[in-house]
Write a protein of this length. Structure first.
Length: 129
């Protein structure tokens, strides 16, 4: 099955997902931002701690369902008598309900500026390696 894929997720977040805990992840990375922006509530996704450049068939991860999706912008203003500085950061928060461990069968799209898409399969516990 094809999944939009988030890469480079921290080991701590991946551990929590594997323990089937509901998890909210904040996406700020440019590599995952475009993929996250195109997610919809109820959609299944594949997440892995492997970097986008190292994503290959056989890469292990977690298959989960998006339960919430929120885009938020934070504005920070710093100023004094001699200068004024304003910056904005946009991030995406997605809440994921993990379903199972999965393995990439084929990388369909892995180019910068495009949504990362993989074909992955659920892995039974007796077959996970």
């Amino acid at each position: 099955m094809e999944y939009k894929t988030l890469t480079g997720i921290s080991y701590a977040a991946m551990h929590d997902l594997k323990e089937h805990m509901l998890r909210t992840i904040e996406i700020r990375s440019p590599e995952n931002f475009l993929t996250s922006l195109n997610l919809n509530v109820g959609e299944d996704i594949f997440l892995t701690s492997t970097s986008k450049q190292d994503l290959t068939p056989g890469t292990m991860g977690v298959i989960g369902t998006v339960t919430q999706h929120q885009v938020a912008t934070h504005r920070i203003v710093n100023s004094n008598d001699s200068y004024y500085e304003e910056s904005e950061t946009t991030m995406i928060r997605i809440q994921i309900h993990p379903r199972c461990v999965g393995r990439v069968r084929k990388v369909k799209s892995n180019q910068m500026g495009h949504v990362t898409v993989t074909e992955a399969e659920a892995v039974p516990f007796y077959d996970a390696r």
